[in-house]
Write a protein that binds this ligand. Structure first.
Ligand code: ATP
Ligand code: MG
Length: 394
């Protein structure tokens, strides 16, 4: 046995990628290397359709698994024991492995699940299972075989030069490696939805950049910190990114003074989209991403979304469009953004909130209202004084 910890990483959809498969696998290896860079002496290698990670023995496995499981494109991870591909050696390693598990968890039953990836290996899979099972029974007197409901499923994966013993398959998120699908500008608020939207697009391989709007001093310094905290959580999955911070207050005031009150929200939303599009064009982002969701609030009725969409030329991705709120909340909890999202700080959308926002805006009327203010100039001014900050995962 080696003095290193081994992890088998299985690729999800990457494995289906036909001719592009080597490219996707390379990207996935790069991403795994990146998240493990902070640990010294780790090795990440592609081999026979799997990725093998080897770390120093004294490095905590949980930490390694936590990092790898956040990498998009990873279907599952198994901490494993590596042996030479010799049936006796595999048997000895299996006994040692099971003794350790008995020690830790006091299990009484097991079952062997053997697989021979190397078809030249002289023993066939069912026979490998029987031999290893017998060895384990002999070496671990407390254990019995239970084929239906074993407390431990002992996987034995026999490959050409090395073989692997493991019991767990820890799920990753699947998806595609970051950087394989362009770059998008996410409109990131402090709410539940937009961090989930960013995460979902990143999961399909899209790099992320963000724009956040505030109405300082109506919105507080603390509200801004909350968004930065959320952005850092998102960066835990999609790596470092830039966040553009734009003060919307002068635009909101201009709208409130010149346009019908019930149109405030939709007019503000169109400004947000236009500003985001302009920044996106300057930063190589090909799409906008929002957390909008059909019917969730007045500004997200079908009619309102159509009028919002009309404000920009760039494609707008709305990955949450047809999800129910409970499902969005489940994802937020799963990825760890929920607790931060529900902290009670004000958002720029709640400043100047009309009493009765229009739920069925008509484009012609909205355009007429925009004609009363200097849209281009307002956008230019807002962008001229924007801030840019770099977001790093904690
Ligand atoms: P969220 O939970 O994402 O805040 P929401 O249900 O509160 O969503 P809205 O406030 O109408 O919905 O916003 C819809 C979308 O518009 C958000 O998901 C986000 O993409 C964008 N958005 C809203 N407010 C802001 C903001 N202050 N800065 C950047 N983007 C915003
Ligand atoms: Mg919001």
């Amino acid at each position: 046995m080696e003095d290193r910890n081994t992890f088998i990483v299985r690729c999800g959809e990457v494995a289906l990628k036909g001719l592009n498969k080597p490219y996707f696998e390379r990207m996935l290896v790069e991403r795994i290397k990146k998240v493990l860079k902070k640990f010294e002496n780790t090795e990440v290698k592609r081999h026979e359709g799997l990725i093998f990670v080897r770390t120093p023995e004294d490095l905590n496995s949980e930490m390694v698994i936590k990092e790898i499981s956040k990498v998009f494109g990873v279907a599952s991870i198994s901490p494993a024991v590596e042996t030479v591909s010799d049936i006796d050696e595999i048997g000895n390693a299996a006994v040692e492995y099971m003794l350790d598990i008995i020690n830790k968890r006091g299990i009484k039953t097991f079952k062997v699940n053997a697989k021979r990836a190397d078809k030249n290996f002289p023993v066939k899979s069912p026979e490998i299972g029987r031999i290893i099972g017998a060895k384990v029974l002999k070496g671990c007197k407390v254990l019995k075989v239970d084929v239906h409901n074993p407390e431990c499923m002992l996987f034995v994966d026999v490959r050409r030069d090395k073989s692997y013993i493991f019991e767990q398959k820890i799920s990753g998120f699947g998806g595609l490696p970051l950087g394989t699908n362009g770059k998008g500008m996410v409109l990131l608020s402090g709410g539940i939805d937009s961090p989930v939207a960013a995460w979902m697009m990143a999961k399909r391989g899209m790099l992320i950049e963000a724009v956040h709007f505030h109405s300082y001093p109506y919105t507080s310094e603390r509200a801004r910190e909350k968004v930065v905290d959320l952005a850092k959580l998102v960066a835990g999955y999609c790596g470092n990114f830039k966040m553009h911070i734009v003060n919307l207050l002068p635009i909101q005031e201009m709208i409130v003074q010149n346009c019908p009150e019930e149109e405030t929200t939709i007019l503000v939303r169109r400004f947000m989209m236009k500003i985001a599009e302009k920044i996106a064009l300057e930063t190589d982002c090909g799409m906008l991403i929002t957390g909008e969701n059909l019917g969730q609030v007045a500004s997200q009725t079908a009619e309102a979304l159509i009028v919002t969409d009309e404000s920009v030329k760039m494609p707008v991705m709305r990955p949450l469009i047809a999800l129910d709120k409970v499902d969005i909340m489940d994802i937020a909890k799963n990825i760890g953004t929920f607790e931060t999202s529900i902290l009670p700080y004000e958002d720029c959308c709640t400043v100047f909130l009309p009493k009765h926002p229009t739920t069925k805006p008509k484009l012609a009327k909205i355009l007429e209202s925009e004609g009363k203010i200097d849209v281009d100039k307002l956008i230019e001014d807002a962008i001229a004084i924007k801030e840019v900050i770099s977001i790093y995962p904690d």
